[in-house]
Each structure stands twice: as C-alpha cells, then as structure tokens.
Design a protein around this ligand. Structure first.
Ligand code: ADP
Length: 480
C-alpha cells in the first residue's frame, strides 16, 4: 500500500515528545512490511537538512497560493521517504516546532493548517497515489477535512481514506473563531455536531475526530478512557458518536535504539540472561550524577516532561517522604518552571540522595533507564507512555499510576510470581510513596526482583506488532 504520513514532528529531526518517536518508528515499521510510505513534516529552523542526509528538490509545492520548497531523504526497502517542507511559516527566524520561551507562536493555526494543506499537495507534485493519508494530533487534524473538501476531484487522492491518531487528547489546538475566515474554512462546519466548534471556538482536534474515516489512539485503555466524561476533555460526546471507528493500538518502541545489549549511550552492556552489566551502569551513573557510589542503595529514576500530566506535582509533594527512604533519586526533565526550580533546589540541598538534571539529554535518559533500579511514572493521565516500556526493557521495573497505556503495559506485582512492576490508583502523593516503598521492600528480595525484571524484559514491545494492526486498519479502509 502507498501511505502518506503527516506529522508536526519526526525524530530525530524534531521531537518534543512521544509523537516525534511514533512518527519516526511507525512509518519505518510499515516500510519494513513492504509498504511505500512518505512522511511529511516541516523543516523548522533548528533542523539542518544536509546534516541529516536530505537533498533539495527542484520540485516545489503550492498550497493556497503559497510556494513551499521540499527536502527529501530517500526511502528504500524498510525505510520511508521523508519530506521536509520549507516555508517561512516554519523556517526563517524560528527554531522550534511550536513556540519559544514558554509561549506558543501566535500564528500556529495558520502554520499547521498550511502543513496539512501542503502535505495533501505532495501526491500530485510527486505523482504518488496514497491509499491512506494518516494525520496525527491537533496540528494536522484539519487534514481529513481538507482531503474531503479540497481534494474530491484530485485524481492523485481519489479514493484515499484518512486516519487520524490522537496521541494526546489534552492538547486540542483551540483558537478564536475568527481563524475560520483566516484559514479559509467554511462556516458550515462551525457547528457542534460533526463540526469544529467547541464553546464558540475553533477546535482543530475536533475536525480530525469529525472528518477522518478512522480514528486511532495510542493504547487500548486510553481508547476506553477518552469515551468517558473524566477522560474526554469535553470531546467524549463526539468520540462516543464515533466509537465504532475508534481503535486503540499500543505504541511500540524503537527496540534497536532502546536495547541494553547494544545501547551506545551506556558504558557497559547487558541483557536478560546476564544482568551484571546493569550493576556497573548504575555505579557509573551514580558517579556521573555526583551521588555516592553505593550498590546497596536502590536508585530510583524519572525521565520526562516536568508537567502536571506526568504527575510531577505528586512527586514534588511526595519528595520529603521519599527522601526518608534509604534510596537515591535521579531525575531528568524540563518543563514547568516551578518544578524545575523545586527539583534543582532539592538536588542542591540533598546531594547525597537526589540528583536533578534540568534539560533534555538523550544520552542521560538512556543511562537513567538502564542504571536505575526502579523507574517512577506517577502520571495524572498517560495516552500510552514510552518511558515505562523502555524501563521494562532495561530491567528497571516501573512504579506507575494505573491510567491509560500504563495499564496496558505494567502489570502489578502480586507478591508471588506475576507482575513486572508496581501500580497505584489514587491521584495522591501518599499512594505514590506507599507504592514506592512496597517496591523498595521487594527490591531487597533478590530472587523476587529478578523475576519481576525478567518478566518485563521478556515483553515484545516492538513496532512490528503495532504496525501489523495499523496495516489491518488501512487495509480495511482501503477495501471498505
Ligand atoms: P510524552 O510524549 O507525553 O512527553 P512519552 O513517555 O510518550 O511522553 O515520551 C517521551 C519521550 O521523550 C521519551 O522518549 C522520553 O525518553 C523523552 N524525554 C522526555 N523528557 C526528556 C528529557 N528531559 N531528556 C531526554 N529525553 C526525554
């Protein structure tokens, strides 16, 4: 099948979260299964196309009278072709995908409407006839509407079906309704039922939910949660009306990049059969972070955005109690300033126990996943979550809140022979402390711990499995 995949971020060219990882891995896994996939994403100022092996094309696109240049990184068997769109809206004086200094670019609605429109010009320009166009998150959510309304007589997109994936329902792309005119959207779709209106505003996400032929989200449990009032962020009614077209497909992980047996970010390697290397990674990590190098003190890691979504407020509230355990903590993240400042301060006050690294550091993320004994993920909500899958693969059992994709991936230890981690339910710092203490107690039982580690390391989280499910969905649409 020929597939056009549109995303506002694609790792390693741009990435602010899980979307960037998915947009890199899923097209790769689909290509490996023999499909021809073209990935389209902007060239932001921070991307150096030549360094990543892109070449400049003489072909350009035109969308709504605007010319747009193209960079191509050629695909082949097992690798998708990636196109970077070069336009002033993305490139020029801006470096980042969405904003700078904590605020979004004010013209984001125009920027991302343009991305969806320009992507749909690609088939004609390159004489490529996709069976499916796959859009992702609010940034590209107008795409299914543009496909219906602006390409019904386009021979290159005739019969193409649209898939829209919700990576995070909390970010919906809501803007003043005056953008309807600015973006050239007809007022006939500014309606509550089957349209884009949301409390008198334009809601990009809702366009995807209303107009895509099929909807997916990134874990089966999140697919259930978003149908409820609590989990639906005001869009549960629309989602319930489309529940027959909504599928939860668990994300995979890049199991070449995240493999403790060959991870280039680690000083020593290990695998399920021989975990001795993990002990040495822990010692190196303790040294790197300036923590006392003590093998018999458990090391608890956390990597992620320091945001309410990730339950970082729970962690902050639990920190005094956690510091009373005989354990060390390694935290890597960036995000809300109050959390950055709080954890940096804890790190300065308790250098014997708590190491905080504020920032984004890929190598350090790998070393914390590998070198920690336990990994914390107290998320308030979690569409899928990647870090818990990395930690399971690295023999670092997670302590996670029982929400979203965490429920699909972490199984609570039953005190005997089942389970790969530790789950807690209440959105309460006390519950986090209790679960962490329970895990730390089990950690002292070397045999029980080894069983928990092995059950986690045995799970197949490869993209291969997820790609099979997307493929079945695409086929059903193309044939239906
Ligand atoms: P989300 O997409 O909600 O941020 P995920 O767990 O799905 O959460 O994915 C986050 C991705 O970003 C993971 O690959 C994680 O390792 C990475 N990441 C998050 N924060 C950092 C950081 N400070 N340094 C390095 N990697 C990070």
């Amino acid at each position: 099948m020929d597939v056009l995949f549109v995303s506002s971020e694609v790792a390693p060219f741009s990435k602010t979260g899980g979307l960037g990882d998915v947009a890199a891995s899923l097209p790769g896994a689909l290509s490996a299964r023999g499909h021809r996939v073209a990935v389209v994403t902007p060239r932001y100022g921070g991307i150096d196309p030549q360094r990543h092996g892109f070449t400049w094309l003489t072909t350009s696109l035109e969308a709504r009278g605007e010319r747009c240049g193209l960079w191509l990184k050629k695909g082949g068997p097992g690798t998708p072709a990636v196109y970077l769109l070069e336009h002033d809206l993305f490139y020029g004086f801006r470096r980042n995908p969405y904003g700078e200094g904590g605020s979004d670019y004010p013209d984001n609605p125009a920027r991302f409407a343009f991305l969806a429109r320009a992507a749909l010009e690609l088939p004609r320009a390159l004489q490529f006839r996709p069976a499916v166009v796959h859009f992702n998150d609010w940034q590209t959510a107008l795409g299914p509407w543009f496909l219906r309304a602006e390409h019904h007589d386009d021979p290159w997109l005739a019969g193409a079906r649209s898939v829209f994936t919700i990576h995070n329902l909390a970010y919906q792309g809501m803007f003043a309704k005056s953008f309807m005119d600015l973006l050239g959207l007809p007022w006939s779709i500014f309606r509550l039922d089957g349209g884009v209106e949301f409390h008198d505003q334009l809601n990009f996400m809702k366009a995807g939910l209303s107009f895509a032929d099929a909807l997916t989200t990134v874990s089966p449990n999140y697919a259930r949660e978003i149908l409820t009032v609590e989990g639906g962020y005001g869009l549960d009614t629309v989602l319930r009306s489309r529940s027959g077209d909504l599928f939860g497909i668990l994300n995979g992980i890049d199991d070449r990049e995240w493999d403790p047996a060959r991870d280039p970010h680690l000083p020593v390697h290990y695998d399920r059969r021989d975990l001795r290397g993990k002990v040495r990674v822990k010692a190196a990590l303790q040294a790197e972070l300036g923590l006392p190098v003590k093998p018999h003190v458990p090391l608890v890691g956390l990597v992620g955005r320091l945001a309410d979504q990730k339950g970082i407020d729970l962690l902050a509230a639990a920190t005094p109690a956690l510091l009373r355990s005989d354990a060390q903590f390694a935290l890597l993240g960036s995000g809300q300033r109050e959390f950055e400042e709080f954890f940096a301060w804890v790190g300065r006050e308790r250098p014997d126990r708590f190491a905080a690294r504020i920032g984004f550091d890929e190598g350090m993320a790998h070393r914390i996943e590998a070198g920690s004994d336990l990994f914390l993920m107290p998320s308030r909500f979690e569409p899928c979550g990647l870090n818990q899958m990395y930690s399971l693969r690295y023999g670092t059992p997670p302590v996670a809140r029982a929400v979203g994709g965490l429920v699909d991936t972490v199984e609570d230890y039953d005190g005997w022979k089942r389970g790969n981690g530790f789950l807690f339910g209440p959105l309460d710092p006390v519950a986090l402390v209790v679960a962490t203490r329970r895990a730390l107690d089990v950690w002292r039982d070397v045999r029980a711990w080894r069983g928990i580690q092995e059950r986690g390391m045995d799970i197949d989280f490869s993209w291969e499995r997820s790609a099979e499910r997307y493929e079945a969905l695409y086929r059903g649409l193309a044939e239906g």
